[in-house]
Design a protein around this ligand. Structure first.
Ligand code: E4P
Length: 222
């Protein structure tokens, strides 16, 4: 029998902050982690230290991004990142050199997350190159007056229609509505910032209801 929830949208945390990651993991929310150079820079810590800590906290796919923009450089970084831990997923930018590196990584059995995807055409190419994950940046597409959710919907339809194994990882999520819509569209993964994860659990009526229960509990005879 398939366990309940098997095949459901996975939740990754989009963070390089080990405190946030630990806290979200303690709530049982974290199936994996995505980082990017901006998130690592915010921690003020060396990249290697951050990644080493994260793989100890979360037993799931951990995306770590390359900084090279040429094929040889990307492959050098990809091969050394892959040696850090079996859960490392190498994050490669969606540029022609990145697609070449994606193809080689796929042939070498190195998992990839092709990042900075802003269109279905880009996502189609990433799948053909053998990407493990594609990251459409919903919030940034919306910021540019596009429809980020539409790109997620198109990628899910194209990948399912043609049987690509590449997983759609909804990224650049800014609010709970993005999460609900990604789940309805059948995205494989949503990578969610810590603040939005907390928002998902929040409801004003929960807080009001809890306050009332605690107040009434004081009236219960001991
Ligand atoms: C994805 O892997 C990226 O780290 C991230 O989702 C980018 O989000 P932002 O547009 O909020 O920076």
């Amino acid at each position: 029998m398939v366990p309940a929830g098997e095949g459901a949208m996975k939740i990754f945390i989009d963070s390089a902050d080990v405190k946030e990651i630990r806290d979200a993991a303690a709530m049982g929310l974290v199936d994996g982690v995505t980082t990017n150079p901006s998130l690592v820079a915010k921690t003020g810590r060396p990249f290697a230290d951050v990644i080493r800590d994260i793989v100890e906290i979360v037993n799931g796919p951990i995306s770590a991004e390359v900084l090279s923009t040429d094929y040889e450089g990307m492959m050098g970084e990809a091969r050394s990142l892959a040696k850090v831990h079996p859960n490392i997923v190498v994050k490669l930018p969606l540029i022609p050199e990145g697609l070449k590196a994606t193809r080689t990584c796929s042939q070498e059995g190195i998992k990839t997350n092709v990042t900075l995807c802003f269109s279905a055409t880009q996502g189609l190419l990433a799948a053909k190159a053998g990407a493990t994950y594609i990251s459409p940046f919903i919030g940034r597409i919306d910021d540019a007056a596009g429809d980020g959710m539409e790109v997620v919907e198109q990628l899910v339809a194209i990948y399912r229609g043609y049987g690509f194994e590449t997983q759609v990882l909804a990224a650049s999520i800014r609010n709970p509505t993005h999460v609900v819509r990604a789940a309805l569209m059948g995205a494989d993964v949503a990578t969610i910032p810590y603040g939005v994860l907390l928002q998902l659990a929040k409801h004003p009526l929960t807080d009001v209801g809890l306050a009332k229960f605690l107040e009434d509990a004081k009236k219960i005879p001991r």
